[in-house]
Structures are given as C-alpha cells and as structure tokens.
Write a protein that binds this ligand. Sequence first.
Ligand code: X5A
Ligand code: ZN
Length: 673
Amino acid sequence: MGTALIYDEEMTKYKLLWVDPVCKIEVPERLTVSYEALIKNGLADRCVSVPVREATDADILLVHSEEYLEAVKTTPYLTLEDLKEFTLQYGDVYFHPNIYHCAKLAAGAALQLVDCVMTGKVRNGMALVRPPGHHSMRSAANGFCVFNNVAIAAQYAKQKHGVKRVLIVDWDVHHGQGVQYCFEDDPSVLYFSWHRYEHQKFWPQLRESDYDSVGKDKGAGFNINVPWNKVGMKNSDYLSVFCHVLLPVAYEFCPDLVLVCAGFDSAIGDPEGEMCASPDIFAHLTHLLMNLAGGKMCAVLEGGYNLTSLPQSVCQTVQTLLGDPAPRPANLGGPCESALESLHCVRSAHRQYWSCLKHAADLPASDISTKRIKLAEKEIDNTADGEEEKIVEEKVWPEPQKRVTPPVRTAVVLPDGVACPDGCKRLSSSEVSDPGTVNRLRDNFPKAADDSDALATLSSLIALVEKVTVNEMCNGLAVVRDVSMAMSCIVQHAATAPNSRVLVVCVGVIADPYPCTDNGKTLLVQFNNKEPEEQKSKYNITVHLKKGCSYVSGFTQAVLSLLLPLGYEYDPSLVLLVRMPDSGVCDSVWQQLTGLLQGLAQGHTLVLMQEAEKACVGLTASSLLGDAAPSLGQLHAPLPEDVEALERLRHRLQADWKLLRTTAPETGRGDEH
Ligand code: X5A
Ligand code: ZN
C-alpha cells in the first residue's frame, strides 16, 4: 500500500500584489521548492500521484458560512483596489484574482487525500497546497488562509466515510484557531496544536490559544493547546510533548483517521517560528503517528516560510510516510525549562479528561496565567514602539543526511520447519558461519558447545547483527530455542563493537542472569509482573506491571511515556526486542511496540522470539516490513497500581534521563496524585 502525493502547479498561480510586510513571506516558491525537492530526492516518483479537484460549495459549507463563501466568490472579479479593500476586513491575509480557485483546489486536495486513504487506495499521503487553511474561520479569512482545508477534510471524512473519530495534529508553529473554533464542542474530533505563544504576545495573540482552552461542553478535553512561551524550542522539546501528552492521549482516543496540519514554520530557520528543531524531527513526528488509525494518515501543508528548511522538512515527512526508516535523532537533551512549564500546565489541565494523565502533577504553584496578565499590563505602556522591523539572525544547520534504505529490509533466522514470511530474506546458516565466530561462541556458551544447531543459530544471529550494523539490511527476526542465550550472545557481541549501543527491550521475565553492564553499551528495559527488585543502574530498568504485559492500557502507557523517551535519549545503534515465552502480550500491542521502536536506531531492530511463539512470526515480520499496526481500540484507565508504579519509576529515573521529565524544576511541587 502506497503513499499519495497531491500537488498541482495551479496553486502557485497567485501572489501578493501590493506591499505588505506581514504577507510577503507567503510566496508561490514555497510550493515549487518543496515539490522540486521531492523530485530531486526521488521521492515524488515513489508516491502515487493523485490529481487535485475543486472542493464543491457543499464541501466548503461543511465548515464555512454561505455569506462568506459568496463573498469569496466575488474576488476573482474585483479590481486591485477592491481586492485590497476586501482584504482589509480580515487579519494577516491577502486576496488575488486567482486565490478563490486555488483555495478550492487546496481544500479539494485534502478531500482527494482523505478519499484515497479511506478507500484503501493508499495507506497515507501528503498534499502540498496553497493557500493554507488552519487559521480560516467559519466566516473569515485569516493568516494567509481562505478555506480551512483540514477542518473541511475532517467533517467530510465523518460524513462521507463514516469515520467516528478524527485526530488532528497541528504541528505548524501557529495556533490553528480556525480548527479549534470549528471543533471546540465536538468530541469526535480531537484537535492538538502546539504554537509559539510567548504569553499571548505572539500572533494571533488570543487568550484562547493557552493550555486552559480544553474544549467546551461535550467536547471538553478534546482540544489540546501547548503554548510555547519562548522561541528556540528544539527537537527534545517537541519529542517530549509527543511522548508525554499527544501520544498517550491519542492512543487512548483511538482515532480512525489522523489528519496533520503540516506546517513547517516550526522548523529551524523559519522567520515566523524562530524555533530550532531540525528538519529531520519531522521524520520522527510522522513516524510516531503512523501506527495510529491503522496507518491512515493525511498530511496537508500549512505554513513554512524558510525556503531551505521547508523543502527539507517536507522531504523528511514524505520519506517517512513512504516507510523509510527515520534518521537517528542526534543529541537530544532534556526539554528546556519553559517547555517543561508548558508540558506541566497542559498535562494538569487535561488530567480530568484523560486517564493516561490522571496522575499528572497539579498546576505549577507560580501561576503561569499571572505571567500573561502582567505582560499584558506592561504592553499597554509599550504600544508605541512595536512597529520597527526586527532583525532575525540567519540560522545555519547541516543538510539532513541522505536516508539510504538497504535493498533488503527484513532478514529472518528461522528453524527448518518455519516458512519464511513473504518479503523477508532468509539467512541460511551455511552462508554465515565463519570458524572464528563459531569457536568464540563455543567458549562463551558452554551450554551450546556440543550442540551444532544452537551454534549455527547463534552464528547466524551474529551475522544478522553485522549485516544490520553495516546497513546491508534494516532489521531482522530470529526464532530461537533459547531466547536468553541468544540475547546474551548479541549483547556480548555488541559490547565488543566500538560505537555500538544496544537498547534491549524485554517483554516478559528474563530467565537467566542477564549479562548486566552499567557502562552504557546496553540499556535494558524489561516489562513484567515479577516483584520488582531495587533498581540496579540507570542502564538496567524494570517496569513492573501488575497484570503483566497482557494489560493493554498499562503496557501501552509504559511504552509511550517511559520506553520511547528513554529510547530517544539513549539513541541506540541497535534495538534488540526480546519476546519472552508467555509474556502475555497481545498481538496488536506487540505490533505497535515493534512499529514504534523502529523510529530508533535508524530502524535497526532485531526481534528475538522463542520457538513456541512461532505463530506470531507472520505479524512480527509484517511490522518489521513497515506495515501499520492494528489499532488497540479505545483504551480504558490502566490499573491505578500500574500508573503509580510507572510514575514512581519515571520520577526516580528523571535525574538520569531528562526526557522523562514533565515538570519544571521550580514550579514542580512533586505532589503527584
Ligand atoms: C499558515 C500560517 C501564518 C500567518 C502569520 C501571520 N499562517 N502573521 O502559517
Ligand atoms: Zn504557521
């Protein structure tokens, strides 16, 4: 199943016709450079090209008023002077004789995308459109937007395709207030937006963009605003909001469709956002959403005004939609203090609506809203000197590395009786056993010394790890008789390689003593229901789940808010995912875990499982090959004991792992509930 790409040159055929410093950044080149970059990187060719269409009046009326539509309809016939005049009714937007046509194509493009994803013609896709949509309101153009493309698409998906729940992720750096207003009281659409806010000093300067606008009436809890009160937010700030707010809530919500307001003004170099996230963060944001809704995801371009970082970010997004492994997320620190403050506020504002956030801390003691009011008062004295154009320092950043996908994605090591799943390459032990390796194994694993089968399996495993290390293949799956021995073998092997770091994720109880190291060459995270022992080192972590891994909501929460941040901060070169016999983990959770972990280590994942579990070889292989995991269903509240244990663990580990933090040092009182 492919990835749709929707683009039409027609949408480059309008531009600003007069002088307006606010609007001058919204140029036709935004679209052409993005599309040319997709061609240059060989990505456009790999997508299914889908034509645009004009949204019909009925489509547009799903969100907009008749009066507004009729008004916009007159714009192709207005004189320049009348266009200027017309424009003046609205904020930060311009009209052009051809913009009505383009706005119909932009909304229609979003609908085409929804159609081909919902009918299964493709798995996911992206639409490159102008004008953007998320600021436009029922009866008003705003912020370069004429029709609200994504809001129309969400209504259309509900109406035409019977979609019950839509998640809208707005990673544009501005608040999509138009989307918020549209779905404020609608619990079937969960709207998430992060945005530059600076305590309401940044455009559109709305009180209702703050974290405490959570939705209204039946829709309470279904509007999530994450205000950025400082510029310069980085990759870790974005990822921590995903791990600690968006993903837990999104999994609990369980959308049937994910729409992304894909603005790239949140990337480094953008004159509007002034943030510092690198273009490759969009590979991760995309990847982290790709296992929701069975993979049904539509990204629709919004903002993005730096003509270098915009095309880079678009390519990262599309390449990830196509299934290529994400690049390693380099040097993630913890979130900055201001981001932690926002995180803390959002989590506590939503605590009453989402069981995954029930245990979030209280609002910070130093009330954040006081800051906004104080700033607002100060502003009154300073209104005169707000006009001079500020000079933003030019940012430079390295071009994202080329993402090379090995010709073989998934290799398997399987016992004789087990058939090789479609699309995988079987490693036969004959092609891999070099005598040196075998002898070393004989010394290290006396248990296997006289067992030629066992030795053959272990040497195939080592060969597999080596092929993955040099990126000859992306990932692998091995079915073995003795999982613990196989795990030790790989951990020992990795310890000898110079730059290797292995994240060992163990689902179930480890039987044998694990070759424990605290030198950072491996990080072990195990999930089980064994009575927890005292934590040994920051590199050996046990997540205790009362009912084990069979309990979907507890396990999922542990994966999203503990394992993922740990994994991102550790930045492994290889992920070893071990499925112990009788782990109890159910198929869909297992597939979600396998899918999510592939965001780490450039997708270099090795899965180990025991012979008795060979029934799940097929679905594991499918996840390794990049198929979307099935939905988990709407999650209910995890066991209170599990949540408490998890929160205690997260607290304890925060000193060593900064991406686990969710409260700012000064403001966090630590009084978790
Ligand atoms: C879609 C988008 C930004 C408008 C900024 C106006 N609009 N100052 O990014
Ligand atoms: Zn924007």
